[in-house]
Design a protein around this ligand. Structure first.
Ligand code: SF4
Length: 315
C-alpha cells in the first residue's frame, strides 16, 4: 500500500500556510513482467506521483516499492543504483530534461559510459544503435536538442532511456505534448520496443484514448485513490465505475455507444481538501446519501477486476 503525503505552501491571504496534501492514498499496484499498465486520471489525481515512486525517484511516505520481490528502499547502494537504472522514466517534455549544450551523441552515450554498460571505444556504435532503435538517423547525432522537432526530441529521450538497458519504462504523459499524428508514431514505437526488448510499461496519461490500444490493463485514479482496475478490453467494453464511464464519454475517438455515458462536469476538487466519503460524489451522476459519508472499498467485481463504488453493493 503506497502513500504519499507532501507538504505544500498555500497562500490564504497572508501569511502563507503549510498544508499537507495526500497525493497518493493507500494505492496497491502490481505490474507483471511484460505487462503494459495504463494509469489514467485527471491532472492532480496523483498518477505522476505514483509513477515517480515506481521509478524510485520519489520515496513513499509510507508503504514499499518492490522490484522483483525486493523492497528497493532496503537495497545496498550498488543494487539500488542498478534498480534505478532498470526503471527509466520518459517525460512529457523531453526538452526540459535534455541538456541544451550537449550534442545528441553525448546525451545518449553519457549514462551507459558512466555506468560501465559500454566502453569508451564502443560508445559511438552503441549510440548509433540506440538512435536507430528509437527511429532516429544516427547521422544527426552531432546536432543539439534545439535543432529537432518535438517528436524527434521525444525519440532522443527514448534513445537515452534505452541506452541504460531498462526493463521497465514509466511513461508520464509521454505523448501529451505532441500532435495527434506524431502521437501515433511514438505510441507505435513504444509497442515495437515492447516486442523487441520485452519491456514492461507503466503508461501514465490523462487521456483514456491514448492508452486504449497500448494497455493490457487500465488503472483509473481519482484524487489519490484507485477507483477501478481491469483488463483494458473490459474497461473499454463495459466500464464499471461512474468516473471511468465519464472519462470514456469524453474521448471523441471512442465509438458512440460508449459515449452515451455522461461526461463528468466540474473541476476536480483540491487534493488539499478532498470531499468526504467517495471523493467523486460531488461530480457523480449516481450519487446517493451514503456516498457522502462512506468511503467505498475497492472490491473484486469479477475475476481480475476491481472497482470502488457503492453501486456495486446492490449486485
Ligand atoms: Fe458515485 Fe457513489 Fe459510486 Fe462514488 S460511490 S462513484 S458517488 S455512486
Amino acid at each position: 500500500k503506497l502513500d504519499f503525503a507532501g507538504k505544500v505552501l498555500k497562500r490564504l491571504g497572508a501569511p502563507i500556510r503549510e498544508e499537507v496534501v495526500h497525493a497518493v492514498d493507500g494505492v496497491d499496484l502490481v505490474i507483471a513482467k511484460g505487462e503494459v499498465v495504463g494509469l489514467v486520471g485527471e491532472s492532480g489525481c496523483g498518477k505522476s506521483t505514483l509513477g515517480r515512486m515506481v521509478a524510485g525517484i520519489l520515496p513513499p511516505s509510507s508503504g514499499t516499492v518492490m522490484r522483483q520481490g525486493r523492497d528497493i528502499a532496503g537495497l545496498a547502494p550498488a543494487a539500488a543504483r542498478e534498480a534505478k537504472l532498470r526503471t527509466q522514466m520518459i517525460f512529457q517534455n523531453p526538452y526540459a530534461s535534455l541538456n541544451p549544450r550537449m550534442k545528441v551523441a553525448e546525451i545518449v552515450g553519457e549514462a551507459p559510459r558512466v555506468h560501465g554498460i559500454v566502453s569508451r571505444a564502443d560508445c559511438a556504435d552503441y549510440v548509433d544503435d540506440q538512435l536507430r532503435r528509437a527511429g532516429l538517423d544516427p547521422a544527426l547525432k552531432a546536432r543539439y536538442p534545439h535543432q529537432f522537432s518535438g517528436g524527434q526530441r521525444q525519440r532522443i529521450g527514448i534513445a537515452r532511456a534505452l541506452a541504460v538497458k531498462p526493463d521497465v519504462l514509466v511513461c508520464d504523459e509521454a505523448v501529451a505534448a505532441l500532435d495527434v499524428s506524431i502521437q501515433a508514431q511514438i505510441l507505435n514505437l513504444f509497442m515495437k520496443l515492447r516486442r523487441e526488448l520485452d519491456l514492461t510499461y507503466l503508461f501514465i496519461s490523462h487521456d483514456l484514448g491514448v492508452v486504449e490500444h497500448l494497455s493490457d490493463r487500465v488503472v483509473i485514479m481519482y484524487l489519490g485513490r484507485v477507483v477501478e482496475s481491469a483488463p483494458a478490453v473490459e474497461v473499454f467494453g463495459s466500464p464499471n465505475h461512474p468516473y471511468t464511464q465519464s472519462l470514456l464519454a469524453a474521448v471523441p475517438r471512442i465509438e458512440a455507444r460508449k459515449r452515451a455515458f455522461k461526461v463528468v462536469t466540474g473541476e476536480i476538487p483540491s487534493p488539499l481538501n478532498p470531499p468526504s466519503g467517495c471523493h467523486f460524489h460531488p461530480r457523480c451522476p449516481h450519487v446517493m446519501a451514503r456516498c457522502r459519508e462512506e468511503r467505498p472499498a475497492l472490491r473484486e467485481i469479477a475475476p481480475g477486476r476491481i472497482s470502488a463504488c457503492h453501486l456495486n453493493d446492490a449486485h
